[in-house]
Write a protein that binds this ligand. Structure first.
Ligand code: AMP
Ligand code: MN
Ligand code: MN
Ligand code: MN
Length: 283
């Protein structure tokens, strides 16, 4: 059934969202979501709360996370769905992936200090809900608060992306490892928002080819990061590579996200939804 209000991508205060897992579950239910997953960046510390809150709000639940990976010099995000949230290798892999965030954040602050933005590390920390997960998003919120930029998009464009003063190159997990952590824990790996990466056609082909070879099984087709034309393009990619399709808003915050939970179009009917492959993992 492609016609299911599944929202399998969003963030809480456990990573770079501004709502608690409980508030997200209530918001998802109010928006008509039937099947939900909380997918915090490099972190599954919110999973038990999310599952309990899903059930309290009458939602079905899949465990989730969004792992930061470095592929062909770019950061790629791999969503994991339906894995065992108590799996040891998954915990260890995510711990390693989170590991460099503290030193990276200090370097980001040094870069910003050089262009006259002082105390950004301390400023970003005020927005952090989980000390193990300081993200560029937290810096962006601080720069909006202090009036340096009018919104977080502008902060990323002017300060936090490649070539800008607060950009620090970072080595995340390997694609192969991230897919393995998810699949050996009983879950499915999904390429998140593929249209967001600045890949050539050859690099994008290599990403999907290698992802598949490592055991990856899904791709986000309908996401808050894609245009309607990109839904069509990645529906074709799903068919070409024999991947199941996923749907998720990537909701972070009522004030920042354009796409609310559960509001996107349904998946195109000819695709296999990831939740069909995960039927026995739905809680
Ligand atoms: P990090 O994992 O610290 O590199 O931060 C990445 C996060 O920053 C993403 O998950 C998004 O939430 C956010 N982000 C990335 N690019 C942008 C952008 N151009 N505008 C707004 N938020 C962005
Ligand atoms: Mn994020
Ligand atoms: Mn992402
Ligand atoms: Mn995300």
């Amino acid at each position: 059934m492609a016609i299911l209000n599944a929202d399998l991508h969003c963030h809480s205060v456990v990573s770079d969202g501004t709502l608690t897992p409980e508030d997200l579950a209530a918001r998802a239910a109010a928006n008509g979501v039937e099947l939900w997953a909380l997918t915090d960046h490099d972190e599954i510390g919110g999973q038990k709360r999310a599952l309990a809150a899903a059930h309290a709000n009458g939602l079905k639940y899949l465990t989730g996370t969004e792992i930061s990976v470095t592929f062909a010099g770019e950061t790629v995000h791999i969503v994991g769905l339906g894995f065992d949230a108590d799996d040891e290798r998954m915990h260890e892999g995510l711990l390693q992936t989170r590991d460099g965030r503290g030193p990276r954040a200090k370097e980001i602050a040094e870069g910003l200090a050089q262009v006259g933005i002082k105390d950004a590390y301390e400023g970003a920390l005020k927005y952090v809900g989980n000390p193990a997960l300081i993200s560029r998003t937290h810096f962006a919120r601080f720069l909006v608060e202090t009036g340096v930029c009018k919104d977080t998009n502008e902060v990323f464009r002017r300060y936090l992306t490649e070539g800008k003063p607060g950009f620090v190159p970072h080595r995340w997990a390997n694609l192969k490892d991230a897919v393995a952590w998810i699949t050996q824990a009983g879950g499915i790996a999904v390429v998140a928002h593929p249209a967001r990466y600045k890949f050539t056609a050859n690099e994008e082909y290599a990403l999907f080819h290698e992802f598949k070879a490592h055991g990856g099984q899904g791709v986000e087709v309908v996401t808050g990061s894609h245009t309607a034309a990109e839904y069509v393009k990645y529906a074709d990619v799903a068919k070409e590579f024999g991947l199941a399709a996923s749907r998720g808003s990537d909701f972070h915050s009522p004030g920042e996200s354009h796409t609310d939970l559960g509001q996107l179009p349904f998946l195109p009917g000819e695709l296999t939804p990831v939740w069909e492959l995960l039927a026995d993992r739905i809680q």
